[in-house]
Ligand binder design. Structure first.
Ligand SMILES: [Fe+2]
Ligand SMILES: [Fe+2]
Length: 213
């Protein structure tokens, strides 16, 4: 009975997190936003919509990261696994704040589909956790590998003058690589190729949508 109460409380607090993440702009990072030494970091007016589109994708990616990690943590079999996932989730929250700040700088809005992406990602994280911690870690490895590749693409695409967005993405990339490495060290297994392909297809769809709206 006590266990059931514990679970329902945790589910309620996850629902609360969902509402806050999608409805309230993330604004209190533990680590300051990278690029403090960039000065104004002005984006030329004609390039602003493109940069805003890229940063909206990254913001949505971080919304997904919150949902994935908290979904996985909720169902983790082992307390040490849960603690590791929650630590990574806290760092992902900083990423979310940094992307939000850059969107604000650019007078751009987050994606209107973020509630949908959060809910789908939470379901996906929960599904991965159901296969046990090694698979759950494997899911982290594959997610972070794909995020790293897409951050590289965005770093290529940013205008040379946009020092601030670049600094944010570079720090995010370093953190994502570390998350993937930690997951491998913790015993993560490689996911089957069809699963990797399905994850790539889903993130492609997310990126195409989030770039626009
Ligand atoms: Fe991240
Ligand atoms: Fe990460």
């Amino acid at each position: 009975m006590r266990q059931a109460t514990g679970l329902s409380e945790r589910l309620m607090s996850e629902f609360d997190r969902f509402l806050k993440t999608v409805a309230v702009p993330a604004k209190t990072p533990a680590q300051p936003t990278p690029g403090a030494d960039c000065g104004e970091s002005v984006v030329p007016e004609p390039e602003k919509p493109h940069v805003a589109g890229l940063m909206r994708i990254n913001h949505t990616g971080e919304v997904c990261a919150q949902a994935l990690y908290y979904g996985q943590a909720l169902w983790a079999r082992d307390e040490a696994t849960r603690a590791k996932l929650l630590q990574a989730a806290a760092e992902e929250y900083d990423h979310l704040c940094w992307c939000q700040e850059r969107l604000d700088d650019l007078n751009a809005r987050p994606s209107v589909f973020n509630p949908f992406w959060y809910a789908s990602s939470f379901a996906l994280g929960s599904f991965a956790a159901a296969f046990g911690d090694p698979v759950s870690y494997g899911f982290v490895i594959e997610t972070e590998r794909q995020v790293e590749a897409h951050l590289d693409e965005h770093l290529q695409e940013l205008p040379a003058s946009d020092c601030k967005s670049r600094a944010i993405l570079q720090q995010m990339k370093a953190d994502e690589i570390r998350h993937g490495d930690n997951a491998r060290e913790a015993g993560g297994v490689d996911l089957p190729e069809p699963v990797q392909k399905a994850m790539t297809a889903m993130s492609k769809f997310m990126k195409a949508l989030a770039y626009r709206i």
